[in-house]
Design a protein around this ligand. Structure first.
Ligand SMILES: Nc1ncnc2c1ncn2[C@@H]1O[C@H](COP(=O)(O)OP(=O)(O)OP(=O)(O)O)[C@@H](O)[C@H]1O
Length: 616
C-alpha cells in the first residue's frame, strides 16, 4: 500500500464518526455520571477526592526537597562549615516521609477506586434491569433497541475505568498546577516548549480515539451476531440441533468471517495509530531535550544552582509526562462520555404504552366481559395488519377457542387481550371501559396467560411453577396444588429431589424433562393465581392424546365460572369451547359453537374434516 495513503486514508467508517463539537457536547454527560457515582456511595467518593487533592501536592514537595538536598550536599562537599549535616538529615527524612506518604495514599486511592467502581457497576446493572422491566414488549422486538441495550450493558464495566480516569485527571491537573507554578517561578519559557512537545500527540490521540469509537459503533449489530453464533455453537440448548443438522461448519465459518473482519479493521487502525504515535513521541523527546539544553546552559553560565537544574529538569520531565497523560486522558474521557451517552440514551427510552393516571380498579368479578370494537393491530416493524376489523365479545365466564392457520393472528389477539400491546386502531372494552383505563399491574394479575413459547427456567420444579405468581414462591401448598391441577405432580413426585429438583442441564444436578413434562410444568403456572381470565396459547402441543384429554377436562372444570381463551390446532380440544372464533389473515371470518360451525359448512368445517380425514 502507498505509504501516504496508509497515513492519510480516506475513511474507515466515516458515517459513524463524531465531530469535535459532538464529543465536547458529550462531556455534558459527566456531571450526570458523577451524580450516579455519588449516589452509589458518597463516603467513598468524598474520601477519594480528598486523598487525591493531598496526593497532587506531593510531587512538587518532593522535587523541591530534592533540590534543597542537592544544594546542601554541594555546600557540605565544598566544606562550607556553617551548614550543618543535621539539616541535611532533616531534609532527607522529609523527602523519605513524603515518598512513603505518596505511596500509601496512592494505594488507598486505588483501593477506593476499585470498591467504588465495583459498586457502581453493580448499581448500574440493577438500574438497567429495572429500566428494561418497565419498557414495552415491542421495544424489545426492535433490533436497534437491542444494539443500544448491548452498548449500555457494556458501559457498566467500562465506566468503572472512566471513573478512576476522570478522578485521576482532576488530580493530575491539580498536580500540574503546582508544578507549573514552580517552573514559572524559575523560567516561564519552558512552558512554551512543553506545549509544543505534547499538543501534536494530543490531537493525534483524539483523532484515533474518535475513529475507534466509530468503528465500534458501526460493528454493534455484527458483534451481537458474533455473540449469538458463539452461543449457538456451544451451549446445552443448541447442541442437539447443531449436531443433527451438522451446523458447526456453517457457524464456525461465519464466526471466522466476522471475527476476521473485526480483526482486519482494528489492525488497520492500530497500525496507523502506532505510526503516528512514534512520530509524536520523537517530537515530544525533542521538546524535552530542548528544554534540558536551556536549563544546562543556564547552570553552566552560573545563572542557577545544580539543585535548580535537577529541580527544573525533574519538574519538566514530570510535567511532560503529566501533560501528555492529561491530554491523552482527556480524549479517553471525552470518548467515555460519548459511550456514556448510550447508557443515558437507554435510560431516556420511555415506554410508550399509555398508563392511566387514575386507573380504574379491575372488576371483581367481571360483569359483562371483553368487547372488541373494530380492533386492528400492526407490529411496528410489520407492513401488514396482524389483526384487523375484530368485532366480538368474550362474555364473562365464557370459554372461547381460537382457530386459524399459522400466522392467522391468534397469538396477537391474546397479546392484545392481556395488554402486551395496545390496538393500533379500534379499542377493547372491559365491562364498558377501555382496557387502557384499568390498572395495568392488576390486569396482569387477573389475566393468566401461558404462551406456546413459554420459558423453561433452569431452576427447581417449585420455582418453575411459582413463576405463575412469584409473590407466592414460598407457598409450597399452593405450588403442589397447581402441579396437581396440571397433572405435573405425577412425574414430579418421582423425581429424586421432588419439588426441589433442579431442572435443565445448565447447573449442577439438573434433570432434563420431556417436552410434555415441561408443558405440564408451564401449565401449572396458570393455576398459581386465581385469575379471572385464563389464556392458553397452544400449551398442549407436546402432550400425548390421553394427557391432553385429561388436562383439558381439568381445565374445563377448573375454569368453570371464569373466562378462558384457548388456542389450539387440535379440534378434539377446540370443540370443548362454548364458542369458536375462526381467524384468517388476521380477520374474524366465523364465530359459533362447534356444532353451529360444522352446520355452516364454512372454513371451520373444512379444516375439521381435513383433520378428521387424517385419523380415518
Ligand atoms: N413480534 C412480531 N413482530 C412482527 N410481526 C409479527 C410478530 N409476531 C407475529 N408477527 C406477524 O403477525 C402475524 C400473526 O402472527 P401470530 O403469531 O398472531 O399468528 P398465529 O395465528 O398465532 O400463528 P401460529 O398458529 O403459527 O402460532 C404473522 O404474519 C406474523 O408474521
Amino acid at each position: 500500500m502507498n505509504f501516504w495513503r496508509f497515513l492519510f486514508p480516506k475513511s474507515l467508517s466515516g458515517e459513524n464518526e463524531l465531530t469535535y463539537g459532538e464529543r465536547m457536547a458529550a462531556l455534558r454527560n459527566l456531571p450526570k455520571f458523577f451524580k450516579m457515582v455519588w449516589q452509589t456511595n458518597y463516603w467513598l467518593t468524598i474520601t477519594n477526592a480528598l486523598l487525591r487533592i493531598i496526593q497532587s501536592a506531593i510531587p512538587l514537595a518532593i522535587l523541591y526537597t530534592g533540590k534543597l538536598i542537592i544544594d546542601h550536599v554541594i555546600l557540605l562537599s565544598q566544606n562550607k562549615i556553617n551548614h550543618s549535616r543535621h539539616h541535611l538529615w532533616q531534609l532527607v527524612a522529609m523527602e523519605f516521609g513524603l515518598v512513603i506518604l505518596s505511596d500509601s495514599v496512592g494505594k488507598i486511592i486505588t483501593l477506593l477506586d476499585t470498591l467504588l467502581g465495583d459498586l457502581f457497576a453493580n448499581n448500574t446493572s440493577v438500574k438497567i434491569l429495572e429500566h428494561a422491566a418497565i419498557l414495552d414488549l415491542d421495544q424489545f422486538e426492535d433490533a436497534s433497541f437491542y444494539d443500544m441495550l448491548e452498548r449500555a450493558r457494556q458501559q457498566t464495566v467500562g465506566r468503572t475505568v472512566l471513573l478512576s480516569q476522570t478522578l485521576g485527571q482532576v488530580q493530575d491537573i491539580i498536580t500540574m498546577g503546582f508544578l507549573i507554578t514552580g517552573l514559572v517561578l524559575f523560567n516561564p519559557w519552558l512552558i512554551l516548549l512543553l506545549l509544543i512537545a505534547v499538543i501534536p500527540a494530543f490531537l493525534g490521540e483524539s483523532h484515533f480515539n474518535n475513529k475507534t469509537y466509530a468503528l465500534y459503533f458501526g460493528q454493534t449489530s455484527e458483534r451481537r451476531e458474533l455473540e449469538y453464533i458463539r452461543y449457538l455453537g456451544a451451549s446445552d440448548e443448541t447442541a442437539k440441533e447443531v449436531k443433527i443438522f451438522s451446523l458447526s461448519g456453517f457457524l464456525i465459518s461465519r464466526f471466522h468471517y466476522l471475527s476476521g473482519k473485526f480483526y482486519r479493521d482494528s489492525r488497520q487502525l492500530s497500525l496507523r495509530r502506532t505510526a503516528w504515535g512514534t512520530v509524536f513521541a520523537i517530537l515530544g523527546s525533542a521538546g524535552y531535550y530542548g528544554a534540558y539544553l536551556i536549563i544546562m546552559l543556564r547552570t553552566v553560565n552560573g545563572n542557577q544552582s545544580i539543585g535548580d537544574l535537577t529541580f527544573m529538569a525533574g519538574t519538566f520531565m514530570q510535567l511532560r509526562g503529566l501533560l501528555q497523560g492529561v491530554l491523552g486522558r482527556f480524549v479517553f474521557i471525552s470518548q467515555g462520555a460519548v459511550y456514556l451517552r448510550d447508557l443515558f440514551d437507554f435510560f431516556d427510552i420511555k415506554p410508550h404504552m399509555v398508563i392511566a393516571a387514575n386507573p380504574r380498579p379491575f372488576p371483581h368479578p367481571i360483569q359483562h366481559g371483553f368487547v372488541f370494537e373494530n380492533v386492528g393491530f400492526k407490529y411496528f416493524n410489520g407492513e401488514k395488519w396482524a389483526n384487523r376489523h375484530l368485532n366480538f365479545t368474550l362474555h364473562a365466564g365464557e370459554k372461547l377457542a381460537l382457530v386459524g392457520e399459522n400466522g392467522a393472528g391468534k397469538t396477537t389477539l391474546v397479546k392484545l387481550l392481556s395488554r402486551l400491546y395496545d390496538p393500533t386502531e379500534g379499542r377493547i372494552l372491559l365491562d364498558g371501559y377501555d382496557l387502557r383505563e384499568y390498572n395495568l399491574a392488576e390486569l396482569r394479575m387477573q389475566v393468566g396467560i401461558i404462551f406456546q413459547d413459554y420459558l423453561r427456567y433452569q431452576m427447581s420444579v417449585a420455582q418453575n411453577i411459582a413463576i405463575g405468581d412469584i409473590r407466592e414462591k414460598e407457598n409450597r401448598a399452593l405450588i403442589v396444588s397447581a402441579a396437581k391441577q396440571s397433572l405435573a405432580n405425577i412425574f414430579t413426585e418421582k423425581l429424586p429431589g421432588k419439588y426441589d429438583q433442579m431442572l435443565g442441564r445448565r447447573f449442577g444436578q439438573g434433570i432434563e424433562l420431556s417436552g410434555g413434562e415441561w408443558q405440564k410444568i408451564a401449565l401449572a403456572r396458570a393455576y398459581m393465581k386465581d385469575a379471572q381470565l385464563l389464556i392458553l396459547d397452544e400449551p398442549t402441543a407436546a402432550l400425548d392424546a390421553r394427557a391432553e384429554y385429561d388436562v383439558f377436562l381439568r381445565f374445563a372444570d377448573l375454569t368453570r365460572g371464569r373466562s378462558s381463551v384457548l388456542i389450539s390446532h387440535r379440534f378434539s380440544t377446540v370443540r370443548m369451547a362454548d364458542r369458536i372464533l375462526v381467524l384468517e389473515k388476521g380477520e374474524l371470518i366465523e364465530i359459533g359453537s362447534h356444532d353451529e360451525l360444522l352446520a355452516q359448512g364454512g372454513h371451520y368445517a373444512e379444516l375439521f374434516h381435513l383433520q378428521a380425514m387424517g385419523y380415518r
